[in-house]
Design a protein around this ligand. Structure first.
Ligand SMILES: Nc1nc2c(ncn2[C@@H]2O[C@H](COP(=O)(O)OP(=O)(O)OP(=O)(O)O)[C@@H](O)[C@H]2O)c(=O)[nH]1
Length: 237
């Protein structure tokens, strides 16, 4: 955008395009790390859920949180903390495929959406990320090198339930919480093989059935258990 503004020969159309590109960049990227911001992350997550529902290809969501990050800020200062966030962001990007999306979820928390990630690879990928961060040596000032670790929680998008992004994130967050409470610098994945349907998900299911969506009629078992308390988990089959 800056170059478009600086060049007096730039046509009005190019100038406008520059502004639009700049605004898109601002609205989708985290300014500190250059990663996708939460807005873009949510869009990517929604797309991944659609693909999983249509193709059945498993998609993995990893939620990562830097361990004891407050200590980094308190000991070395906020700019050093920012530097750590930037280094971790770069390392995360180098660990995944171009088709995967690394996002800054907020503060010292990151998220990675991995479409088409076979369930047998999930732990391997997450451990590789954990090890890569542990191996980082971050120079925050001349002669001062620090290292950090991350805790990681992951969950696969349910394959036939058109789940919501919020519920998917919640399941990964439960695993992240486990990783934190079990000692940090570790990975926990939701290996739930059976499909559980919350009351909220069930209302989505019924919604589609009443609209007569044939894809849903094909996939839904003939007997669905009745919903009890709101938010209670129900097993289907
Ligand atoms: N430097 C910097 N710090 C940030 C930023 N966003 C959030 N933080 C800091 O991140 C820290 C998060 O601390 P806590 O939530 O206590 O978590 P923690 O110290 O990592 O501890 P655990 O997560 O339990 O391992 C706080 O000190 C925030 O100020 C940022 O953009 N830059």
């Amino acid at each position: 955008m800056a170059s478009a503004l600086a060049n007096p020969d730039t046509s009005a159309l190019e100038y406008l395009q520059g502004i639009i590109d700049g605004l898109c960049e601002l609205s989708l990227k985290d300014p500190l790390t250059g990663l996708a911001n939460r807005r873009q992350f949510l869009a990517v997550q929604d797309r991944a859920i659609e693909v999983v529902a249509r193709s059945g290809e498993p998609a993995l969501l990893l939620m990562l949180d830097i361990d004891h990050f407050k200590k980094v800020n308190d000991t070395y200062g906020h700019p050093a903390g920012d530097q750590v966030l930037q280094c971790v962001a770069k390392a995360l990007e180098s660990c995944v495929r171009p088709m995967d999306t690394v996002a800054r979820y907020g503060g010292e928390e990151f998220a990675v959406v991995l479409p088409n990630c076979r369930t047998s690879f999930g732990s391997m990928v997450a451990q590789r990320i954990r090890e890569a961060i542990e191996a980082l040596r971050i120079q925050i000032s001349p002669g001062v090198m620090i290292k950090v670790t991350v805790s990681i929680g992951g969950a696969y998008a349910p394959e036939w339930v058109r789940s919501t992004a919020a519920l998917w994130t919640e399941r990964a967050d439960v695993q992240l919480y486990k990783a934190k409470t079990e000692g940090r610098n570790r990975v926990f994945l939701d290996h739930q093989q059976e499909i559980f349907v919350s009351a909220e998900e069930k209302s989505l299911l019924f919604g589609h059935l009443t609209q007569g969506d044939p894809a849903w009629v094909e996939n839904v078992p003939s007997e669905l258990p009745s919903a009890n308390a709101p938010g209670s988990m129900q097993r289907v089959n």
